[in-house]
Ligand binder design. Structure first.
Ligand SMILES: [Zn+2]
Length: 348
């Protein structure tokens, strides 16, 4: 699905966001919300473009330091296969693409990944991962991982954040929401305790004058096709709530429900998880640990160590297929994320 990120650098909520995890277990773990405006990943297009950073004198230094770090790229859908293909070509020149299994092996054997290692991941796994991303990855022999929302698999239901935005645009109302300010709708929904978010969605559904368009999702057979194409399948919960806004029983049910469904479809249990909205939750981590998960991914827009110290809290960089080549380089080097953190801190 198209990513329509329009958030400015100044408004990017690197801390104190509505979707912030309730109790980060590790100091400095901050989250960029997944769908901050429309459906876009938050890392893609701050308003100042940022291409100039590519020419900053510190970029070579950042690039040299980044060679000793692990870059896990977090995409959502792929809207532009050609641009995505160019990014993959760039990665083959600048980096060493690795598989999810290679990261798991490194953790298990306590052996750091090679310098310049990059893992490609996709959150939410809309159909474009199969139709647009997989052919480009396969053509170049690059592995990846996709994190799916289990209750959508095999359905034509839209993502809830798309549905809410559509319903609000078409007369939907809810007691807890101010639908006159579209930019505030999603942050507000994500800030609500999860039962209130669900109730608000239901109120939007019954009050809107149109039904949202259907969205064909991946089917169970598509998950197998992806896996056969070296795209590992991971857990992204059952319904993609903000775990920090859920009670403990719901956190458990969201993870185990998706775990059992994926195990049924794949014939083996998934071993990797991406926190919905990128927010780490210690209760979720405890459930993952119990279920034998080996890797958990954040959306904190950071590089991580080549031997992850916290395998269930692995940092990721947010990109999308429309990210320009110059910007892509500065994200990969860690300069753009550092610049954004600095800007965020300077206006906090
Ligand atoms: Zn997601």
């Amino acid at each position: 699905m198209p990513h329509t990120e329009t958030t400015t650098v100044r408004s990017l909520p690197t801390a104190g966001t509505a979707a912030r995890p309730a109790a980060p277990a590790r100091p400095g773990v901050r989250t960029l919300p997944e769908h901050s405006v429309g459906d876009g990943g938050a890392g893609a297009h701050p308003a100042d473009g940022g291409d100039w950073l590519r020419f900053a004198p510190v970029q070579p230094l950042f690039r040299a330091m980044a060679a000793q770090r692990l870059a896990v790229l977090a995409y959502h859908g792929v809207t532009d296969p050609r641009s995505f293909g160019a990014q993959l070509d760039r990665l083959r020149r600048l980096a060493v693409p690795v598989s999810l299994e290679a990261v798991q092996r490194a953790v298990a054997e306590r052996r750091p990944l090679p310098p310049r290692s990059v893992l490609i991941t996709f959150d939410d796994a809309d159909r474009s991962v199969l139709t647009h991303a997989l052919p480009e990855l396969t053509r170049r022999g690059i592995p990846a991982a996709a994190f799916v929302i289990s209750e959508l698999i095999g359905t034509d239901r839209p993502f809830w954040w798309h549905e809410a935005a559509f319903l609000a645009r078409h007369g939907g109302r809810a007691r807890s929401l101010c639908t006159d300010q579209p930019s505030q709708l999603l942050p507000r929904l994500k800030s609500l305790p999860d039962p209130d978010r669900r109730r608000s969605l239901q109120e939007l559904r019954v009050s809107a004058d149109r039904r949202p368009p259907r969205q064909e999702q991946l089917a169970p057979a598509d998950l197998l096709a992806l896996r056969d194409g070296r795209v590992s399948i991971g857990n992204h919960t059952q319904g993609h709530p903000c775990l920090g806004r859920c009670d403990t029983a719901t956190v458990r049910a969201e993870i185990t429900g998706a775990h059992h469904a994926l195990t049924r479809w794949l014939g083996e249990p998934p071993t990797a998880f991406a926190y919905p909205d990128g927010g780490h939750d210690p209760r979720a981590e405890a459930v993952l640990d119990e279920l034998g998960y080996r890797l958990g991914f954040l959306s904190d827009h950071r590089l991580g160590p080549r031997l992850p110290g916290h395998p269930l809290q692995i940092s990721r960089l947010q990109v999308d297929s429309a990210t320009s080549a110059r910007r892509f380089d500065t994200i990969l080097s860690g300069l753009e994320p550092a610049y954004r953190r600095w800007r965020g801190q300077s206006v906090a």
